[in-house]
Each structure stands twice: as structure tokens, then as C-alpha cells.
Unconditional design. Structure first.
Lengths: 143, 143
DNA sequence: TTCGCTTCCGACCAAAGGACGGTTGCACCG
DNA sequence: CGGTGCAACCGTCCTTTGGTCGGAAGCGAA
């Protein structure tokens, strides 16, 4: 699916305010409601717009985050991915090239909870080496 | 602002589908439309819900991302942060504890662009050691 | 030119939403 | 104990919004 400028306008507006009405959206991009509605549902059907998410303020600013830098005994390691996915604390897992094999981002309420996750992962089969880097501060964060 | 279980239900539902109608939302949490609407606007006013965003599929699957794992000669290193912030390719910078000092996430159109960023950062004053981990795949990604 | 396709518009009618009055439950206090 | 204020809820009224349709316009291919 290729997007024209109107489609990109729609995406840009919805990226900032996903609950805007079709009418207001139509006015912004200077099209009729029906045409806008049709374009929108096409963008949804084609998968360009994957969904709409509420942006929730972190209820607990005391959350502790860390990167776990993992070397595996061999790759790929599907069972470990299942293990990781089972932890709600695991926010992101990326396969990477180089010395490391996986970079895992975790987030927990307490240092204790973080350690528990870390230990459970460390003793999982296939993990050769695991380094924990606690995030002290997010210096830069962009969309 | 403290949230009860209904509020958390609302948040959970909207986090997955921010364009759901108030009526459908009300039905899901078993409250009237008006009560649901009132709770929702309170959540918005109080800042618990910061906004609503369309989840846009990456139009360019050819984007290359990497983590740069950085050790500094000394910390903190404010000038380096300014340098990093100047690159649009730099998506996130976290100060971490342990062996490493900074974990930088970068995203570029081409491997060449990525390398340029990497090199520019590597020769910046204060960088003691820099390891690049190209992201091969994002295995898990959560809100 | 004529066909087929896409995109647009306006109109219709059903669905959704804002606003309001009234009820209930509960904490507070004289 | 009874009264008062408050917060949350409900259902209803009426406006706004949205999905859908038929028809028009633009455009490329046959």
C-alpha cells in the first residue's frame, strides 16, 4: 500500500490524537467525512494503522529499569524467548549481532523483583553470560 | 489521584483499543455510559491518561537499529549528551550502572548512516570504549 | 469513445455522546 | 439520631457523529 499526502496527514494527526472524530479529522485534511472515513478504514485494513493505544502516565515513578545483556550458548534459543515472555517485567527483547546475543529491557517495582527476574533468567537453560545494567537515568528519549 | 479496579479496567481496555466507543467500554466494565464517560474524562483531566496515539506500522522495514554500549573516561559527560542529542538517529540514551556507562539506541536508514553516527560518537571526547550491537530482530516489544 | 476503476461528495438513518435531573450510599457533624 | 454535603451512579433527552449508499468526476486502457 502506498500513501499519498492525505494519508500521511491522517496518520500524523492520529498519531497525536487517536480519539479525534472523523468529522474533525476530515476538516483538518480538507476532505469530506465520507472520503476521510473511507481512507481511514483502508489504512486500518491494510495494516498501516495497527491500532490505537491510550498513552498512560506511569503510575509509579519509582519503577526500576535495567538492560540485561545476554550471551547464549547457542542461537537461536526459542525456549528462552518463551521464558522471557512469561515475565511481565520484560518489556523488550532484541536479538543483536556481535559479542552479545540478546538485549533485554526489564522494568520492576523493586530492586528485589528485578533481581528475581534476573536470577530466573540467568539460570534458564542456554544462557552463557548475563550482565545487568541498571538504568540510572533516561537522558534522551524520542518517539 | 487513586484508581479503583474500574479505572484500571478502563485503562487496560483503552491501552489496547483507544478508539473504542464509550458505550462498548461501558458494557465491558459493566457500568452505565454516563458513569463510564465521567470516569474517563476524570482520568484524562487528572493526567492518568495522557492522550491517545495511533500505532503506525513502520513504513520502512529497512530501518536499521542498534545499541551502542559506551564506557566513558569519566562520568558525567554532559558534552557527549549534547553531541548525541544532535543526531536524529539517536532514539534513546540511558545512563546505566556497572561496566558500562551509557546505552544508546540508534536508528538509521542505511548501515552507512549508522556507521557514520557510530564513528562520530566514538571519536567524541570522553568515550573510552564503544561496542555496537546491531539489532537483528525485536523478539518481544511491549507498551 | 467506452469501459472499468478509484475517489470524491452529499444524504440518509442508525449509533454514539454530552448534559442534565434524580436517586442512592456514605461520611461527617451538630 | 437526623440533617447535610458529596461522590458516584443511572436513565433520558437531544445533538453530533458515523457507516453506507447512489451518483458524479477523473483517469488510464482497450
Amino acid at each position: 500500500m502506498d500513501l499519498d499526502s492525505k494519508d500521511r496527514e491522517i496518520i500524523g494527526i492520529l498519531a497525536k490524537d487517536a480519539r479525534i472524530s472523523i468529522k474533525a479529522l476530515a476538516a483538518k485534511i480538507d476532505l469530506s467525512r465520507s472520503a476521510t472515513s473511507e481512507r481511514l478504514s483502508k489504512l486500518e485494513r491494510s495494516g498501516v494503522i495497527r491500532g490505537y493505544r491510550a498513552d498512560i502516565a506511569s503510575q509509579d515513578p519509582a519503577l526500576i529499569s535495567a538492560f540485561l545483556l545476554i550471551r547464549l550458548e547457542r542461537t537461536p534459543m526459542h525456549s528462552l524467548l518463551d521464558t522471557l515472555a512469561a515475565f511481565p517485567a520484560v518489556k523488550r527483547v532484541s536479538s543483536v549481532s556481535g559479542e552479545l546475543d540478546l538485549i533485554v529491557e526489564v522494568e520492576a517495582q523493586t530492586m528485589e523483583a528485578l533481581n528475581t527476574v534476573r536470577d530466573r533468567i540467568a539460570v534458564s537453560g542456554g544462557v552463557c553470560d548475563l550482565t545487568t545494567s541498571i538504568i540510572l537515568r533516561d537522558e534522551i528519549q524520542r518517539a
